[in-house]
Design a protein around this ligand. Structure first.
Ligand code: CMC
Length: 445
């Protein structure tokens, strides 16, 4: 079988025995498109206009919503590539800003390109001073993700010179602003919660160092960034940078497809990431480990996770795409040991508990049969906790890292000439048309 490329498809798939609208049987011929890697897709764009059928795929398990050159995931084999480079190699050898450049521009930067790019990110790291006032409008106990959604969305009200999405220069400036300001916005959310003064960024520090400085620095004492912690954070940021068409990225693309400005689109992505089935899982893992408390109670929780009538799920386990070990979890598992050893916390009881839980779950027939492996969130929370980041900030850190992926995907979409507003259809299962019933004629059932 030969395959068509996106622009020049050469093969077709025949679906037979599909009942026609007139009740008969009709044969359907659909073009097949093959990417560079991964499963081929059936091109169904002509299905409704020509045949009057829609496809039904709640949860989008069999739907490719776009063509993309950025990230490839093979869930069966546990492979994750960014622009063709394996994630483990990037996490080991690269820096977060280098990966950001790679995702956005398609190639690793030359030394000069890297210098220019990091320079641009550095000079955009401060916030408009008036944005500080937004924080005082929030309750001190507000979840930092609520603050992130609000403040990032509010950037649209401050940076009017980078809102025109049709102008490539404005798109670039908005993107650099977002990447640069996310650590500042995030650390201010933390400082606000604990009642400490906001810390301005420092341009002599690297991206991840600056974030640690703004989180943990105070005006009265000089703060030294721990290189072990900075290295671990760099790795975590790389591992969370992009993951093809996940829920929050699809949200950003959908919001962006309407022509909404990039700050609004990223705020939409942050809101989506917040959910415990997505980015909120890292916080949920830690809460779960605390609730389990001791290895002896693991069987009780495994039993709950397997019980159909109990909504409890083992947080940090399972993935829509990975039916194998999440390659990011493999890197993080090793990083977790490294960091805890280097910080002198080798015997961390939470890590101990996490490992025992992982072992028991991986040997359990329920988890084996359903191919439920630890995902990226299983270990990230333990590292975050070890480096002093409070649980409510875990998902915020995910958002800081994922902003890069959201932007790369948003840019790719805007630059795609075939881009149209994203507008799914539905299978309507409600009432057929019926006449209005006046209030006095209505009866209660
Ligand atoms: N614990 C127990 N059972 C599970 C779990 C789990 N963590 N995950 C899936 N299952 C079961 C589920 O009950 C279902 O069983 P059955 O076929 O008998 O109905 C089966 O496995 C398939 O699950 P699903 O919900 O249909 O799968 P999905 O692809 O819709 O959901 C998921 C994927 C990640 C939302 C889900 O595995 C989950 O809720 N995991 C826990 C939350 C979590 O760790 N999320 C982080 C995901 S990775 C990072 C990110 O995307 O942000």
């Amino acid at each position: 079988m030969s395959y068509r490329s996106l622009n020049d498809p050469t093969d077709t798939a025949h679906l037979e025995a599909m009942p026609g609208r007139s009740g008969g049987v009709q044969e359907l011929t659909l073009p097949v498109i093959q990417g560079t890697l991964g499963p081929s897709v059936l091109d169904i764009r002509s299905l409704y206009p020509e045949k009057g059928y829609l496809t039904y795929d709640p949860g989008y398990t069999s739907t490719a919503s776009c063509a993309s050159k950025i990230t490839f995931v093979d869930g069966e084999k546990g492979i994750l590539l960014h622009r063709g480079y394996p994630i483990a190699e990037l996490a080991e050898k690269s820096t977060f800003l280098e990966v950001a450049y790679l995702l956005m521009e398609g190639e690793l930067p030359s030394a000069k390109e890297y210098e220019d790019f990091s320079g641009s990110i550095t000079i955009h790291n401060m916030l408009h001073e008036q944005l500080r006032n937004f924080y005082s409008g929030f309750r001190r106990d507000a979840h930092p993700m609520a603050i992130m959604v609000g403040v990032v969305g509010a950037l649209s009200a401050f940076y009017h010179d980078s809102l025109d999405i049709r102008d490539p220069q404005q798109r670039m400036i908005a993107s650099h602003r977002l990447i640069a300001k996310m650590p500042t916005i995030a650390s201010m959310a933390y400082k606000y919660a604990i009642g400490q003064p906001f810390v301005y960024p420092r341009n002599d520090l690297k991206y991840e160092e600056n974030f640690l400085y703004m989180m943990f620095g105070i005006p009265t004492t000089s703060y030294q960034v721990n290189p072990v912690v900075a290295k671990a954070l760099n790795k975590i940021l790389i591992l969370h940078a992009d993951h093809e068409q996940n829920a929050s990225t699809s949200t950003v693309r959908l919001a962006g497809s309407t022509g909404a400005n990039p700050f609004a689109c990223i705020a939409a992505g942050i809101a989506c990431l917040w959910g415990p089935a997505h980015g909120g899982a890292n916080e949920a893992v830690l809460n779960m480990l605390r609730e389990i408390g001791h290895k002896d109670r693991i069987p009780e929780f495994i039993k709950k996770a397997k019980d159909k009538n109990d909504p409890f799920r083992l947080m940090g386990f399972g993935h829509r795409v990975y039916k194998n070990y999440d390659p990011r979890a493999t890197v993080l598992r090793a990083a977790c040991h490294e960091v805890l050893a280097e910080l002198g916390r080798k015997d961390d009881p939470l890590l101990d508990l996490a490992q025992a839980l992982e072992k028991i779950a991986l040997e359990d027939p329920y988890f084996i049969e359903k191919k439920l492996y630890p995902n990226v969130d299983f270990y990230s929370g333990i590292i975050f906790q070890a480096i002093g980041i409070p649980p409510a900030m875990f998902t915020v850190l995910f958002a800081v890292a994922r902003t890069v992926g959201w932007i790369a995907q948003w840019m790719e979409m805007i630059e795609d000439p075939s881009q149209r507003i994203g507008r799914p259809r539905q299978l309507y299962t409600g009432h057929p048309m019926r006449p209005y019933v006046s209030l006095k004629e209505r009866t209660t059932a």
